[in-house]
Design a protein around this ligand. Structure first.
Ligand code: 0X9
Ligand code: CA
Ligand code: ZN
Length: 325
């Protein structure tokens, strides 16, 4: 493969520009708001896509989060692809029209803008950065792994590190990273009338071509808050998603144990059907975290059907196993 250059991928500033242009072009379909700021003060934005986007209608909501890990730039391209596909195809593609008439989609294109900028823009080359850019007191090591900083079974099980120099440093306490707190507060804010409006979620990562579901903290298929019915629905939906893109479906701990991950918190704390997608490539030989820009269109469009399938089941994810609620 041809190694990617930083200029092959949208920058954080590019993302804000694209979102603003899309809002201006489709004011009835797209709104965006700043949900909080990163450690270094960058805006973390959430983009809403739905018919009558300016109105909070009583429709099932679906969340897509991207770029918890700084160097996983293809995931930001995935957010821009979804935004473009949904907006340009609304009113043209009957499936997208129906889905946007009946669901509300939230995109958070970059959970970790400081990390992204550091990885992509601080020298002429990528620097393989993963964590955020928050200093650690008493150490020269920088950064917390945002995907080990969520407030469910945080640090419980050997699936994260207490050492500041580790790539999986969990931080001094759950939600110690401002980026985790901003996204968690946003999700808690979607509880309306005592009911979480978001039913379904994908957190995009790279790489390995996997569809993963909770729990990550234990090898057990069922555990506190995750019944056999829940596990069956996760497996069925995860397998159906993977059937659309050729990824490998598995419980996340089958990859390795993670604690304090976003999926476990989304499910256990908020009751959201939460998946991780590990995008292209399958192996390091495809370019690892930096596949060539020439694959971006193909590898983002590859997830079109999965995104639409999740939107379809968002009214009742258990429906996939024939359950009504
Ligand atoms: O380790 C991670 O955070 C993810 N892999 S990555 O190579 N992108 O860093 C996998 C997270 C999967 N774990 C859960 N979903 N719980
Ligand atoms: Ca709507
Ligand atoms: Zn990742």
């Amino acid at each position: 493969f041809q190694a990617a250059a930083p200029s092959d991928y949208h920058t954080y500033a590019d993302v804000l520009t694209v979102v603003n242009q899309t809002r201006t072009q489709y004011p009835n379909l797209v709104t965006s708001r700043v949900i909080g700021r990163s450690y270094q003060g960058r805006d973390i934005i959430a983009v809403k896509v739905s018919a009558n986007a300016t109105v909070d209608e009583d429709e099932p909501e679906v969340l897509f989060t991207h770029n918890q890990h700084a160097r996983e730039h293809l995931t930001v391209e995935m957010a821009l692809y979804t935004l473009e596909e949904l907006t340009t195809q609304y009113g043209t593609d009957p499936e997208i029209t129906e889905l946007l008439d009946t669901r509300e989609v939230w995109l958070i294109p970059s959970v970790n803008p400081d990390g992204k900028v550091y990885d992509q823009e601080s020298t002429g080359s990528f620097r393989s950065w993963r964590k955020n850019r928050q200093p650690n007191s008493g150490s020269t090591n920088v950064g917390t792994d945002i995907n080990r900083n969520w407030n469910y079974q945080w640090g419980c099980c050997g699936g994260s590190s207490g050492s500041t120099g580790s790539e999986t440093y969990r931080g001094p306490s759950p939600e110690s990273a401002p980026e985790t707190q901003v996204v968690a507060n946003f999700v808690r804010g979607r509880v309306v009338g005592g009911e979480q409006q978001i039913t379904s979620h994908i957190d995009f990562h790279t790489y390995s071509e996997l569809v993963l579901w909770p729990y990550g903290y234990t090898y057990s298929d069922t555990a506190a808050g995750l019944t056999a019915d829940d596990a069956a629905a996760f497996r069925a939906l995860g397998t159906a998603l993977a059937d659309t893109n050729g990824y490998t479906p598995q419980q996340s701990s089958d990859l390795y144990i993670t604690d304090g991950s976003i999926n476990d918190w989304m499910w256990a704390n908020q009751g959201i059907f939460s998946f991780t997608f590990e995008m292209y490539p399958r192996t390091a030989s495809g370019g690892g975290f930096y596949p060539p820009g020439s694959v971006i269109d193909r590898e983002t469009a590859r997830n079109r059907e999965a995104v639409l399938l999740l939107l379809d089941y968002a009214d009742c994810p258990y429906r996939i196993t024939g359950r009504e609620s």
